[in-house]
Design a protein around this ligand. Structure first.
Ligand code: TXA
Ligand code: MG
Length: 340
């Protein structure tokens, strides 16, 4: 049985009950500022293995460990260098994960046998209090069945996880809507393994340099820095095509060429009356990347309910937060991408 706790209007005593269960080995789904997470006590390998079962997740895909205080780090990682320290000071708490060398106390199934662990301090009151009350680090992947878009609102989470976790905490729709930026410092250079709200420019502003992993827009194969990049992800059930042009007229014309009977288009507010299709789902203004990032996973789920023959998604420029949006969209379309 899953207990759903509604904390949309503020934290109540019920959070303590969920935190105690979490500490004692139960799974608790909780909100963060990015997406919801399926949490387990990160020091309890049996509880952690339940996460993999509940999501249908591959065992070689490591989990991020969530903390509420920098003090918690001493027990978890062996070493933090100067560049890592400066990144953490700048972006934590926030939508940012840093890969650090792990201590043995972290079970091997958390890190999928890697010598490193992803550490994140969410900037969300409920997540912060939950981790603090539990008194343990919390391993948590995004709350979605493996391959599906990450959960950003409660109805999507209940439909996938009701009955397979002990608690679901409702904190309303998540703010950012895309998962955290994952960064590993390699030879002194911050390297983005998964783009997110913290952009390359944000990192350059602090450190002066930043690399982006080769697999951000390409299909990853073999040994990769971030195992999550190998897997099918964010995909609706129907066939998807991603189309981008920096010129809105060209973009419209290209989309028109591909429309067949029963096509749903996910695109910008500016073109919503210009494209003739079965249904048009607007992700917000093309100028407003925050709104697109906030809405995109929700729309990728909504589109499934319409059961379309084809889903056409409009792309955005690959700059700033647009890098993270395009990283997710290219994967949701299984690399079926046209740029004109
Ligand atoms: O915003 C987020 O990061 C959300 C919330 C719940 O915190 N979590 C999340 O976790 O997105 P997950 O498991 O869905 O994605 C974690 C990503 C995966 O691509 C994984 O391969 C990568 O981080 N990762 C985790 N630990 C790693 C490590 N030690 N080395 C390299 N990549 C790692
Ligand atoms: Mg995920």
């Amino acid at each position: 049985m899953t207990k759903i706790i509604d904390l949309k209007d503020g934290i109540t005593e019920e959070l303590k009950e969920a935190a105690t269960a979490l500490r004692n080995g139960s799974l608790v789904i909780f909100p963060t500022e990015t997406v919801y997470g399926v949490g387990a006590n990160a020091l309890n390998s049996e509880a952690v293995s339940e996460i993999f079962i509940s999501k249908g997740r591959a065992n070689d895909n490591p989990l991020i460990v969530h903390i509420s205080d920098f003090k918690d780090l001493n027990d978890l990682v062996t070493d933090i260098n100067e560049v890592e320290r400066r990144l953490m000071d700048a972006f934590m708490p926030g939508p940012f994960t840093i890969i650090l060398p792990k201590k043995d106390i972290i079970p091997n199934n958390v890190s999928a046998n890697l010598k490193t662990v992803g550490i994140r301090m969410p900037d969300n009151k409920i997540a912060h209090e939950l981790i603090k009350l539990a008194g343990c680090p919390v391993a948590a992947p995004s709350a979605n069945k493996s391959g599906k878009p990450s959960g950003t609102r409660i109805e999507d989470i209940i439909s996938e996880f009701d009955g397979s976790v002990s608690y679901i905490i409702d904190g309303g729709e998540t703010k950012v809507g895309l998962e955290s930026t994952v960064v590993k410092v390699i030879d002194g250079v911050p390297t983005i393994l998964r783009p997110g709200k913290i952009t390359p420019e944000d990192i350059i502003n602090i450190i002066g340099t930043c690399k982006i992993d080769d697999f951000i827009f390409k299909k990853a194969v073999g040994v990769v820095e971030s195992p999550g990049m190998k897997y099918k992800h964010y995909a609706p059930n129907g066939k998807c095509l991603l189309v981008y042009s920096k010129d809105l007229d060209k973009l419209k014309n290209e989309i028109d060429k591909h429309i067949v009977k029963n096509t749903v288009v996910i695109g910008c507010e500016e073109l919503k009356n210009d494209i003739k299709c079965e249904k048009y789902l607007s992700f917000g203004s093309i100028e407003d990347l925050d709104s697109i990032s906030h809405n995109i996973f929700k729309l990728l789920r909504e589109v499934d309910r319409l059961n379309p023959k084809l889903i056409i998604i409009m792309g955005v420029a690959k700059t700033g937060l647009g890098i993270a949006i395009m990283n997710r969209l290219i994967r949701s379309c299984s690399y079926n991408y046209i740029e004109v």
